[in-house]
Design a protein around this ligand. Structure first.
Ligand code: MG
Length: 326
């Protein structure tokens, strides 16, 4: 590419504030866990630790580090406990605030042994996905999560509950809004501190987002305790994020560089890229605290480690300048 080709690339959008939107949001970075879990490549532990550190240095306030799952289930995260130990050695006590996924009580046990303060459980809004992913029925999953959530809360931990397949399920198709609200309410009733509503296969559209968030509001669940987790399979993740922002959501999941294909959809495009979200929020004048240039540098570096280009439009637009100051 000739050098002048990058000269017209803007490094930040113009800011035009929309006063009807929240002033500030929290970006919950899922790249090291949800992203790497769904990439083909196995990433060395030192690279994962450097990735988490670089994300924190780019200003991301919450970085989900890994999943304390049995190594046989997710080979990409088989080094989870060693990674947490490395992060504790590198970052000190701050590493204890990095959320980790715990699939069950055994995972929580390990999190407690490591002195971690923030865990997440992974539930399903549908019967089929609960059976495939958890080997439990939709109702049975609550019995499985109950002791984990209760024990974590007793120990003073924050507990996020993911609700997957909120907008559609590859086996069941349409997922009724009322069913998602019921699952979410039951997870709240177990003691979850936050719900992350996941569009796991990326089939949601903006009106559906508004309807689902409206139904949670009707059910009396405060929007402050809801997060949204969008996938860009059909290019709708940012439109859906905008719809959620208009509903007052202030926690957005995103994955640096759009890491993580979707194992349940025929697409290489997975999680909403953090850079794309940051560009949107910056343009809207919504504070997020992330240094976009540093984040892009990190994603360009990680794309090199994985041996594949980032699917993020913003990383592609700015990536040519990454690694150089400014
Ligand atoms: Mg995801």
């Amino acid at each position: 590419m000739p050098p002048e080709a990058t000269a017209t690339v803007e490094t930040l959008p113009d800011v035009v504030r929309d006063p009807t939107l929240p002033d500030r949001v929290t970006i919950y970075e899922v790249g090291p866990r949800d992203g790497l879990q769904n990439e083909q490549a196995l990433v060395p532990l030192a690279t994962k630790a450097a990735f988490v550190r670089r994300l924190l240095e780019a200003g991301l306030p919450v970085v989900e580090a890994t999943s304390l799952v049995h190594p046989r289930w997710v080979p990409q995260l088989a080094d989870a406990a060693d990674l947490v130990a490395a992060l504790l050695a590198d970052l000190g006590d701050r590493a204890r605030d990095l959320p980790v996924l715990v699939p069950n009580e055994r995972g929580l046990e390990r999190a407690l042994e490591l002195g971690l303060r923030h865990v997440a459980v992974f539930g399903s809004a549908t019967e089929t996905f609960a059976r495939r992913n958890l080997n439990r029925g939709l109702d049975e999953q609550f019995a499985m999560f109950a002791p984990t959530v209760a024990r974590a809360r007793e120990a003073g931990l924050e507990v996020r509950a993911y609700v997957s397949m909120c907008f559609g399920d590859p086996w069941e198709g349409r997922v009724p809004v009322a069913q998602v609200v019921e699952v979410g309410t039951r997870l709240f009733d177990l003691g979850a501190s936050q719900l992350s509503l996941g569009d796991t296969i990326g089939v949601g559209t903006a009106g559906h987002v508004t309807a689902l968030l409206g139904a949670f509001h009707e059910a009396g669940l405060p929007v402050e305790r809801l997060a949204v987790h969008f996938h860009d399979t059909y290019g709708q993740a940012l439109a859906n994020a905008m719809a959620a922002l208009r509903c007052g959501v202030t926690t957005f999941d995103a994955s640096a560089g759009g890491l993580g294909g979707c194992p349940y959809a025929r697409s290489a495009t997975g999680n909403l890229a953090t850079e794309d979200l940051v560009w949107l929020l910056t343009g809207l004048g919504v504070e997020h605290g992330v240094d976009l240039a540093r984040l892009v540098e990190t994603s360009v570096w990680m794309a090199g480690e994985l041996g594949r280009p980032s699917p993020s439009a913003v990383v592609r637009a700015l990536g040519a300048g990454a690694g150089t100051p400014g």
